[in-house]
Design a protein around this ligand. Structure first.
Ligand SMILES: Nc1ncnc2c1ncn2[C@@H]1O[C@H](COP(=O)(O)OP(=O)(O)OP(=O)(O)O)[C@@H](O)[C@H]1O
Length: 247
């Protein structure tokens, strides 16, 4: 099986700090791949490299067999790689439907067809009843779902999710996990997620990749990775060391 996303030895430095230190990973089509690691490990910077926000100083990134490093974020999104942001960023004064439409119009220039595609996604994400509400009036769980909906409306083959569970209560986390499982299993969307909520990671991920100080320290099946002493040690000293609690 060839990888849908292949990251080879990418590096990114901010002034003196090597935020991503020659990281390599392979994400198989149809899988759920989690990137975890303590605060400041380089997870969001790695996403920004994949999504085209930053250009890697070393290494290469291929999506569906073609190089994407160096392309602009919108060009990468058009190829089928969409992302959400750690800080949710819907257009606050637009309605839920209008926010979804912005994504749908990327691939579907016909407004009625785009509206219909957006409606399908909003139903799937349980936001249809709130389609006329302004995004800024939504609760945090609904804003998180809208963030996923906007990304999904661009019809991605691969979805990059940056901490979509943060701030959710356990029941809301379970709902989001169910939505993502459905997308992955029934729609075939490949998912790469950065996540601190280990309950969600364990429920979803086929593979976990662990970063610490910008570098890879472990990768493998969830049960093995969360028992790895290097992984547990990397979280020590963190107020909430979720992996230690599981191990
Ligand atoms: N734009 C930037 N300019 C300067 N330094 C940055 C920038 N973005 C990230 N960094 C630094 O790079 C390192 C990695 O940050 P990054 O946000 O990628 O970590 P993270 O693993 O996503 O952390 P968290 O779990 O807290 O979100 C940190 O030391 C951070 O301060």
């Amino acid at each position: 099986m060839s990888a849908l996303l292949s990251v080879q030895g990418v590096a990114k430095r901010f002034r003196g700090l090597l935020a991503v230190d020659h990281v390599s990973l392979q994400v198989q089509e149809g899988s759920v791949f989690a990137v975890i690691g303590p605060n400041g490990a380089g997870k969001t910077t790695l996403f920004n490299l994949i999504a085209g926000v930053h250009k890697p100083e070393a290494g290469s990134i291929a999506f569906a067999g073609e190089r994407i490093d160096g392309l602009a974020p919108d060009a990468i999104c058009r190829r089928g790689l969409a992302r959400t942001f750690q800080i949710v960023r819907p257009f606050p004064h637009l309605s839920v439907m209008e926010n979804a439409l912005v994504g749908a119009l990327l691939h579907e220039p016909d407004i009625e067809a785009a509206r219909s595609a957006a409606a399908d996604v909003l139903r799937r994400l349980e936001l249809w009843d709130k389609r006329d509400q302004q995004a800024r009036s939504l609760t945090l769980p609904d804003r998180k779902r809208l963030e996923v909906a906007r990304a999904l409306c661009t019809r991605p083959r691969l979805l990059l999710l940056d901490e979509v569970m943060a701030g959710l209560r356990p029941t809301e986390t379970d709902r989001m996990v169910a939505v993502l499982k459905d997308l992955n299993r029934n729609e075939g969307v490949t998912i790469v997620l950065i996540e601190h909520v280990m309950r969600a990671v364990m429920a979803l991920a086929d593979t976990i990749h662990v970063l610490a100080h910008g570098a890879t320290i472990a990768e493998g099946a969830p049960e093995a990775v969360t028992r790895d002493p290097r992984v547990i040690e990397s979280y020590l000293g963190q107020a909430d060391h979720p992996v230690g609690a599981l191990g």
